[in-house]
Each structure stands twice: as structure tokens, then as C-alpha cells.
Design a protein around this ligand. Sequence first.
Ligand code: TEU
Ligand code: CA
Length: 555
Amino acid sequence: MSTEIHSNSQPWWKTATGYQIYPRSFCDSNSDGIGDLKGIVSKLDHLKDLGIGFVWLSPVYASPMRDNGYDISNYRDIASEFGTLDDFQELIVAAKDRGIRIVMDLVVNHCSDEHEWFRKASASTDCAEHEYFYWRAQNEDGGPPDDQRAEFGGPAWIWVEAVGKYYYGHFGPQQPDLNWQNPELRQEVYDMMNWWLDMGIGGFRMDVIDLIGKDLDARCYAEGPYLHGFIKEMHQNCLAGRDVLTVGETWSARPHTALNYCGADRHELDMVFNFNHVEAAWDPVNGRFGQNCFDLVRHKSILNDWQIALAHDGWNSLYLSNHDLPRPVSTFGDDTTYRKRSAKMLALTMHLMKGTPYVYQGEEIGMTNANFTSLEQFRDIETFGQYREQTEAGVPFDAFLAGANVNGRDNARTPMQWDGSEFAGFSDVTPWIDVNDNAHEINVVMDREDANGVFEFYHRMIQLRKDLPLVTKGSFRLLCPDDPQVFAYLRELDDQQMLVVGNFTSDAAELDAPELSGLSGKVLLSNIEGRMDNLEMPAKLAPYEAFAWLQNPEG
Ligand code: TEU
Ligand code: CA
């Protein structure tokens, strides 16, 4: 049976569920310990069974892999360890056969210092490529123009003797920022985007796109003065008239700025990733590598603000995890006693809001944080940067390790757990990063054999979105905003109402929504046995219980 790829009244990306693949960690087809494109092709049925409409593929371009592909040395080729352009085209076709589109990662705030552009630019001032980067002379005392630090540690301004100037690397020396002020650079980027779009990709996730409009002299980086002009120009040159999805990674976006990117009259992007709810769980004193400070009332308030801001124009992206973040069941749920139940609860409360949901690989079986015990196990450039800075500041190793295990990026990058074999079915040799110790009890084979598995729950939840227009189109109303245990909201369309409820704690809880008392309806999906169709208020909730309930199912 062919899978419907177009929906009649709405863009496909409003009714589809996305799935992010981190290629290095997904599936290794040729026994070198590194995931690759052929490996992805071999697992497409897993995604089809889940009900996925598109894949966001983290970068697969040629790269020295200092930041696992977020440092691109050739935008028109595939990294040799991932495969070839032919493999990529095969992936597009094999995915399309299953009703799945491939959305590429667009990393154009910076490239790799091994990109030909930068090689030329840093060898001579006398070439067009020199202007593709940000250069500044020494200041009066011979130092860099300012004291800006790079995201991955060290100074952001790096001296190049051959040209007698500093260049700017927001993330680090191996990721020089591209100078978006330069029209030829912009044209290079647009030509490259069109080249991929013409090949039939489903769109772009745009890496740190909020940084491209920076004004370095004003020390203004995110949402800089040139940002929206550039995105508009990109839209005109590449996106207008194409049926593709665009989602910006925007750490700086707030509810009141979101429409600047995705309002209908803007002609910029379809949606952005909001990180406000992610950052809210970070330790306000010790930062990301401190403790987990998740607070449900704040979490609800943030998500509610985004739902309200984009209720009538623009569109939300809905997610709890990606390749930079820890595993949601470890951060927001319970990764031991109530692992499966809390994984389902987190998914249900996130996916049934208004917007496009994204699943990060392994989330659909409730994979957990890595819990590494030694420095040798880590691979992430950012984590190593933290290690150096913290060690210099006198932070003991155990404290660093605890922080890395709470929020380090390697938590999401351990190999996908396909089965209970030695390397979890990811590879048949030692992988580039350790498999999580729990792979023998948390893996796709075991989870899918279990009628109460996390996968089956995701599958049904994703199906609900296809069956019920209310999930895509309905309005959103948060219930009991101040309740510290329960996340509950109503979705409404015409004369139908859907109630979504999740208990975020390991204690029993209660939902009181008197307006719903005695109404007739039915439970659409629940993560415990015995949730009854008739709602008696107040409703008693078991630990981490979640359900979706539809009033007037015939409506
Ligand atoms: O991430 C943006 C970014 O700012 C991250 O460094 C983030 O602050 C950090 O990981 C906290 O979670 C994007 C990519 O998603 C990331 O993988 C890249 O390393 C980064 O850009 C540079 O391209
Ligand atoms: Ca491989």
C-alpha cells in the first residue's frame, strides 16, 4: 500500500511527525564502528512502522568531524565514512517509497577550517574567499579586537600569521564563521541549497540560524540587525514556490520574536525550535553542567506562552530531545522504576499540543542517559571544552563528570540500541562511542515485542495525529497552570474537545477540571491499565499516568 504524502488542506509538515537521525550513531552497515547512509536505508521500515513523515538528518556532508559534521569542508559531497552521493540519492528514493521525506541540516553560520574557502582565505588577503570570513586587525595593544569566548572554550578571535589578522569562530577555531555581509558568500550558499533542493530533499533544519545576522563590532551575535533581511533573501532565492519544510534552530527566539521568523507575511521559515523550556531546566547558578532544575509549573508556563504566541499565525515545533540534549526520560521523567510509563507520558503531553512533533532517535524506545564513568568515554568537543575550563577553574573531576552526565551532549549520542547483542545491533565491531550499559534490557527488539512497549505507544500516538484533524488544527487551552504535578490541557475544534493529562511525578496526583465532569467520551490513548472512559472529577492519577480523552468522538 502506498503511503499518502500529501494532505489536502494543510501543508504536509503540519500533519507529519519528524524523526531526527544522528547518522554517526544510528546504524553501521560496513563494520567500521560508525553509522552510515546504507545503515539508515536498512532501518527505514522501523521509521515507517512508527508512522514518521520526515527525517531530519544531522549533517552528512564532507567534514573533518571535529564537531561530528557541524564543521563542513565540502557542502556538495558526503563524508566518506557515511557513504557517497549515490548512497544519499538512494536514501531519498527508499525513504520516498515509504512516504518519508529527508530534511537536511543546513550549517552555514560557519564552515570547517578545512573548507577550501577557508584554506584560500587564510593564505592570502588577495582572493574573493578572504571576504567570506570575518577578519579584524589587532587592537592597539596587539591583542584581539575583544575578549569574546568561543562556545567550545578558548577565545573566539584567532590569529592567522599569513594574513596578519584575526578571524572569528563563534564555536571554536576549527569552525570559522562565514561572513554573511558578503553577497558572493550568500550567493554560494543559495546555489548550494538549490542544488540539494533540486535533488529532491524535503527541506532544511537550519543550524544556529539566529546567528547569521550578527554585528561583530557591536558585539551583537544572536538575532542581529541583518538576520531577517538575510533569511528573507534566502527564501526568495531558494524556498519560494517549493513544497518543503524549514525549521530554524534558534536558541535566542522568544514567544514575542518567534513570528519574526515564521509569521505568514514574513516569507522566511515555517517554524523554529524554541529552547526556552530546555534552558529552564538548567541550574541557574552553575549552568548546564550543574544540577537538573526541572520545574513543571515553569515548563507549562513556557510551553503555554509559545502555544498562545503562535495560535493563529506561525507554527510550533514540539520536542524534548535532540543530539545536543540529554535523554528526556532522564531529565524530565524517571529512567528507572517508571521508565516506560514516564517516557510515554512525556511523549503524549508534548506531541498533542499544536505544532509539528520531532522524535529523536532512541526516544521511541525510552533510551536513557549514558552515565559514563571516565573521561575516556566522552567524545564531544563541547564536553572537552567544559572539562578544560572547569579543570582550570579547580572544579574536581567528579563534579565535572556529574555535570556531563546530567547535560552533556554525549548522552544523546551513544549508539542506537537495536537489539541485545554485544554492540546493540548498531555494529558488529566496537563503536566510535560506547554503547549504553543498559542495551541488553532497553532495545528495539525487546520493546517492540512488548504490547506495552514505548514504541507501540508512539506508534498509536502518531496515528492519532493522522486520524484526528483536531490534533493539528484545534485550539489549545492550558488547565491548572499552578499544579506542580499535573500537565493538562484542552484542545478544541468545532464541537470536539480533547483532554490531555500527564502526571509528572512518582506520586499519585489529582486533576480537577469540573467543567468536564460527567461528559461522555472515550479514552484515545493511555499509559496505564484501566483508565475508564467516563471522567469523574476530580480524576485520580497514578504515578506518571498520562491519557488523552476525546469528548464527542463522533463530532
Ligand atoms: O548547536 C547550537 C549550540 O549553540 C550548541 O552549542 C548548544 O549551545 C549546546 O550544544 C547546548 O546544548 C548547533 C548544533 O546543534 C550543535 O550540534 C553544533 O555543535 C553547533 O550548532 C555548532 O554547529
Ligand atoms: Ca559504517
